[in-house]
Ligand binder design. Structure first.
Ligand code: PEP
Ligand code: MG
Length: 325
């Protein structure tokens, strides 16, 4: 459904019983920025920085990145812009980076693994640009997010780099702010250690595209195994529950920026699972906002409880259709 008939809500929304749910947009190219604002997104829940590095001979320098991040922030003066650090490897190759030949690139050097390894220089430059953009008063609030985290050590190490970058900027007298800091939960390992990760971050954002792939051992985009890699698989729902439970009782907020977040048929379930923020391609923002306003947290929780008790994908689907009729 294109959803052209759904009202565009510029304001943040809450459930029918008053719980605010942030509805944000994913941005994967420069051209995604305008629609994100036009369709009423509260902010950007996933700014995929890969596009800044693609289709060119060398990486963008600090200044170019600073301007791109500031641009995004200025579109959302009252919102939050979650910028993900470079996520290459796996299905995201970049020629000048000279990525290794790997038998299983999805299980190899990708995301944060490269940023803490061969791409350390790029990581530092990107963080400098991000901390400078965060210090810019004109725009919204910037958050930094790490991709493909699987251990506490990775987060600690990345945080040390961030602090070293802040210290350098301070010593140079360059304006900056240390931004909100979070991680994507897109490996089963991250979901399992969520209760340990909370000590090192301010937020989680669940990346269901990769999480489903890794939980189910079913390659994303491979149609032969798409039934296994489905978000409605009980094991995927339980990985989401683990993540939310890991953050319970802490100040860590939990969002979702994988494609699952953009399906309005799943909004009630996601509210019931305890998500605080949903981020998706701009096109479905109005439908998801509407779905948020149409449920109460109590109803949503009851639905989530039943979905989590299901032992097959078919049972999960049955639970979901019961309630949409
Ligand atoms: C995800 O894995 O769900 C995600 C949002 O990141 P990407 O699709 O860019 O890997
Ligand atoms: Mg991912």
């Amino acid at each position: 459904a294109g959803g052209e008939d759904v009202e565009i809500r510029e304001e943040p929304v809450e459930t029918a019983d008053g719980t605010p749910i942030e509805v944000a947009a994913n941005v994967g190219t420069q051209a995604d920025l305008a629609p994100a604002a036009d369709r009423g997104a509260d902010g950007i829940g996933l700014f995929r920085t890969e596009f800044l590095f693609l289709d060119r001979q060398s990486p963008p320098d600090e200044e170019e990145q600073y301007e791109a991040y500031r641009d995004a922030l200025e579109r959302f003066p009252d919102g939050r812009v979650v910028v993900r650090t470079l996520d290459v490897g796996g299905d995201k190759p970049i020629e000048y980076l000279d990525l290794p030949e790997e038998e299983n690139p999805f299980l190899g050097e990708r995301g944060i693994r490269r940023s803490l390894g061969p791409d350390a220089d790029l990581f530092e430059t990107q963080l400098r640009a991000l901390l400078r953009a965060a210090g810019d008063d004109a725009g919204g609030k910037l958050s930094v997010m790490l991709p493909l985290v699987s251990t506490v050590e990775e987060v600690r190490e990345a945080r040390e780099v961030l602090e070293a970058v802040a210290a350098d900027l301070e010593a140079e007298g360059v304006d900056h702010v240390v931004p909100e800091f979070g991680v994507m939960i897109e490996t089963p390992a991250a979901a399992f250690v969520a209760p340990d990760l909370v000590e090192h971050v301010e937020f989680f954002s669940i990346g269901t595209n990769d999480l489903a792939q890794y939980v189910m051992a079913a390659e994303r985009g491979n149609s032969r195994v798409s039934d296994l890699g489905d978000f409605r698989q009980p094991a995927v729902l339980r990985a989401i529950r683990e993540t939310v439970e890991g953050a319970e009782g802490t100040d860590v907020w939990v969002g979702m920026c994988g494609e699952m977040a953009g399906d309005p048929e799943l909004t009630k379930l996601l509210v019931g699972l305890g998500l605080d923020e949903l981020s998706m391609s701009a096109v479905t923002v109005p439908q998801v906002k509407r779905a948020v306003t149409e449920t109460t947290v109590a109803d949503a929780r009851a639905l989530a409880k039943r979905a989590l008790a299901a032992s097959t994908k078919a049972e999960v689907e049955a639970v979901l259709t019961e309630t949409t009729q």
